[in-house]
Design a binder for this molecule. Structure first.
Ligand SMILES: NC(=O)c1ccc[n+]([C@@H]2O[C@H](COP(=O)([O-])OP(=O)(O)OC[C@H]3O[C@@H](n4cnc5c(N)ncnc54)[C@H](OP(=O)(O)O)[C@@H]3O)[C@@H](O)[C@H]2O)c1
Length: 237
């Protein structure tokens, strides 16, 4: 098992890569005892190499999917990339920045949130048919508001807009909805060397659904004791 710090960005990008078909990758960090947050935030679980991986996976995607609660709780900043990572994308014919896609049924989102109002490319808000019209109108000032009856249809709308490689950064409710609909192709999980104790949820939440078997693609570590796991559907390994 190699240590993440031994690996240059280019090689790390090749380990994870972009898939050859529409793909949904989820990326989470959890404590060894399975907590998804410390004090309501994932920051306390992360480390330097985990943050590097997060940025690298953002570089690889076309669209970054995030649940409304995570956007609100984690106070997402505009989705930017540094010049090297923009250069990596442009060298491969990709637009400089991925697009932020916020999933929200209620549309209880302030259009002035920095992640929306300050985004370098117009974000997308994915919602359902029952979303309040006034909130839809307000958000349309800063984002494209797409309506779909379910997540499968919603992802198809994203694919139609050229967002084939999707990265989901959470949270648990959104991941639970995606796994329930059998839409997750890959899970990247950082295991943080921390006993977080009681209180926090797991990386997935929501209604129960049948378990699904995954195959491990790789595992690596870093000197701080973090473990980086990557699993995909067995047929895509
Ligand atoms: N450790 C990690 O890697 C990690 C990653 C992300 C988040 N987190 C933590 O997780 C917590 C937040 O997670 P969460 O589970 O409460 O929230 P979440 O999954 O981020 O967001 C849930 C919200 O997303 C919208 N949503 C999700 N699925 C939907 C669907 N199928 N259709 C329509 N809307 C849908 C709804 O928004 P509306 O309410 O607007 O309708 C729902 O209330 C925070 O503590 C955060 O720090 C940890």
């Amino acid at each position: 098992m190699r240590s993440a710090v031994e690996v240059e960005d280019g090689e790390l990008a090749a380990w994870y890569g972009r898939a050859e078909r529409p793909w949904l990758r989820a990326n989470f960090v959890s404590s060894v005892d399975g907590a998804v947050a410390v004090g309501g935030l994932s920051t306390g679980l992360s480390g330097a190499q985990d943050r590097r991986l997060l940025k690298l996976l953002r570089m690889l995607c076309d669209g970054l999917l995030v649940g409304a609660n995570t956007l609100r709780a984690e106070q997402y900043r505009p989705l930017t990339l540094d010049a090297d990572r923009r250069g990596w994308r442009q060298a491969r014919g990709l637009v400089p920045y991925p697009r932020l896609v916020v999933v929200s049924g209620s549309l209880d989102l302030d259009p002035g949130l920095p992640a929306l109002a300050g985004a370098p490319v117009r974000p997308i808000v994915l919602t359902g048919p029952d979303a309040p019209a006034a909130r839809r109108e307000a958000l349309a000032e800063v984002a494209d508001v797409l309506t779909a009856p379910d997540l499968r249809t919603g992802l198809a709308l994203l694919h139609e807009r050229g967002l084939d490689q999707l990265l989901c950064e959470g949270g648990p409710t959104l991941l639970g909805s995606l796994t329930a609909a059998d839409l997750v192709d890959e899970l990247c999980l950082t295991v943080s060397p921390l006993l977080a104790g009681t209180g926090a949820s797991r990386i997935t939440a929501g209604s129960p659904h049948p378990p699904r078997t995954l195959a491990q693609v790789h595992a690596h570590t870093d000197p701080e004791g973090f473990l980086y796991l990557r699993h995909t559907r067995p047929e895509h390994r």
